[in-house]
Design a protein around this ligand. Structure first.
Ligand SMILES: Cc1cc2nc3c(=O)[nH]c(=O)nc-3n(C[C@H](O)[C@H](O)[C@H](O)COP(=O)(O)OP(=O)(O)OC[C@H]3O[C@@H](n4cnc5c(N)ncnc54)[C@H](O)[C@@H]3O)c2cc1C
Length: 509
């Protein structure tokens, strides 16, 4: 049986932007079904992203009415002598201007590339189903996360979102609309997944679903010893092959270098009446580590949830007095970051620069990173945002995709999700945080820690070649095949590192 749900097209979210060297009246002759806009407000809005670090003003913005609209625009760019470029814009949540069968039953949903994951969730829940693999934040577009990876605490078990896609429709850089999957146009399929928008614009995705759980038991426990913390995390993700009852559904964690961050913007979890004073269990060097785990359940399994959780936690070595538990509906857990977003927005603390740094770190070098970064470079500082740290299994990543991960079976996400504040505190300024990011990258380089950036940002082609390593030749060959005129997603600055904003881009959402 195949469950096929058709979601409404969120067409207005698929924007395409166009460069200065083309006369907008030429574009109007394209005769698109959607709306092509040169409205200064729209153009200005499309020129910024979540990072607020770069600005790239497009010439025009297309809200396509169909995949054909996108194909028409890309074809026009492909044959144009003016050399304008085209970039998909999902929800503009890039940091550095990059947008400028289970049991023989395959359940899936067909979604528009510009659809937000929160809307995918709401629609599938109506049918008692939900995607398997998530990001922490759901106000991101399907095309945007599939162009990177799409990771959260489920990735150790289900793999990233790019491992949970059956089929795509893609408008290539030649303006062709191609359907691709493992079986059909497979080179394009693997290229596009984790492909940073370089090979085509995803207009439709067929996403794997599972029966949706109803509730979530959400637990946080603290550690003062880093190796105990990572040993427990690694044990938990090694259980991925176990039956559902024999593993947690989500494994994440974060570093607490600053007590205030126990309640960070990712989610308000600890009660203000929390009886445990964090400073009373101060760790080694003042740094604590928080393991975050969940167990999903529904009415039929509610009777066993306490015993299942207890059995799974038995072998863990956290600080005994530091167990924090809450219980909530599945959708509230998945949408947890949005609640914090609304609070930050109300205080004017959301639309600030975000010099984020996301690293994939090989398991064998995590202790070095702890010494050099958490207790070294970041030690004794207010950190201006959460620092996530959780392991994943490389076997869950399809090596044929364009995504790049370290060369070890287990690697960690270390995500420094910091916001720059203009509050007079030097340690929270954009300049200070950016310098610290550089110091961290230099430390890894000097110590020979072979990290890979997730949501990568580089300024030279040498750095990009180094990032892709063995995969560079394939990445380059795929670019020549699917976008030979290098029209797509120039904001990533891979094939056009000297690309400067404001002159030549077109972003589609
Ligand atoms: C608050 C917040 C929380 C986040 N949490 C997570 C997380 O938990 N896990 C995680 O993995 N990531 C996370 N991210 C990062 C996020 O996945 C990426 O920034 C992603 O690119 C954002 O999607 P978007 O729709 O905003 O894409 P955009 O920023 O609009 O685009 C990103 C890139 O993808 C390209 N692109 C966009 N749509 C398409 C398409 N349809 N086809 C082809 N290329 C396309 C663009 O051209 C651009 O190069 C988070 C980001 C924010 C701001």
């Amino acid at each position: 049986m195949t469950t096929k749900l058709l979601l409404t097209f969120a067409i207005c979210r698929l924007i395409v932007t166009v460069g200065l060297t083309v006369d907008p009246s030429e574009l109007l002759l394209l005769g698109v079904d959607g709306q092509l806009s040169v409205d200064p407000f729209e153009v200005e809005t499309a020129s910024l992203d979540f990072g607020l670090l770069t600005r790239a003003e497009p010439m025009a913005v297309l809200h396509p009415g169909s995949a054909d609209d996108i194909a028409r625009l890309v074809r026009a760019a492909y044959i144009s002598s003016h050399g304008f470029t085209v970039s998909a814009r999902g929800h503009g949540h890039s940091i550095n201007g990059q947008a400028q069968t289970s049991n023989g039953v395959e359940k899936h949903v067909e979604v528009w590339g510009g659809e937000l994951w929160i809307d995918v969730l709401r629609s599938t829940l109506e049918h008692g189903l939900a995607p398997k693999s998530w990001t922490d934040y759901l106000y991101l577009s399907v095309g945007g996360t599939l162009s990177n990876g799409g990771i959260s605490g489920q990735a150790f078990n289900h793999g990233p979102q790019i491992s949970n896609v059956y089929e795509l429709d893609v408008v290539t850089g030649k303006g062709e609309i191609l359907t691709c999957s493992e079986e059909k146009n497979s080179e394009l399929f693997h290229a596009v997944l984790g492909g940073l928008g370089q090979f085509g614009i995803i207009t439709r995705a067929r996403i794997a679903l599972e029966p949706a759980p109803q509730r979530v038991r959400w637990i946080r426990v603290l550690y003062s010893n880093f190796s105990t913390f990572t040993r427990d995390q690694e044990h938990l993700i090694s259980l991925h092959g176990n039956p559902i009852s024999g593993k947690f559904d989500y494994v994440e964690g974060f570093v607490i270098v600053d007590e205030g961050l126990i309640n960070n913007w990712r989610s308000s979890f600890f009660s203000p009446r929390n009886p445990v004073k964090i400073s009373s269990i101060a760790g080694n060097g003042g740094v604590l580590y928080c393991l975050e785990i969940t167990k999903n359940y529904d009415e039929s399994t509610a009777g066993n949830i306490d015993q299942e959780v207890e059995a799974l936690m038995k072998g863990l070595n956290f600080i005994p007095s530091s167990v924090f538990t809450t219980d909530l509906p599945y959708i509230d857990f998945l949408d947890r970051v949005h609640k914090a977003e609304l609070k930050l927005r109300a205080k004017g603390l959301w639309e600030v620069p975000h010099p984020w740094l996301n690293l994939f770190v090989p398991k064998s070098r995590m202790a070095d990173l702890d010494r050099g970064v958490f207790k070294g470079i970041l030690g004794n500082n207010k950190t201006s945002g959460p620092i996530l740290i959780y392991p994943m299994n490389k076997s869950k990543w399809d090596q044929r995709s364009s995504a790049v991960t370290p060369d070890e079976d287990v690697f960690y996400l270390v995500a420094l999700l910091r916001s720059a504040l203009d509050n007079g505190e030097e340690t929270q300024s954009l300049e200070y945080l950016t310098n610290q990011n550089h110091k961290i990258l230099r430390f890894c380089d000097d110590a020979g820690i072979k990290v890979k950036q997730y949501l990568p940002h580089y300024t030279t082609q040498e750095e990009w070649m180094d990032h892709f390593g063995d995969k560079w030749d394939q990445f380059y060959r795929r670019k020549m095949e699917f976008d030979p005129r290098q029209l797509l997603a120039t904001g990533q600055r891979i094939f056009n590192p000297s690309f400067t904003s404001s002159t030549e881009t077109v972003s589609p959402w």
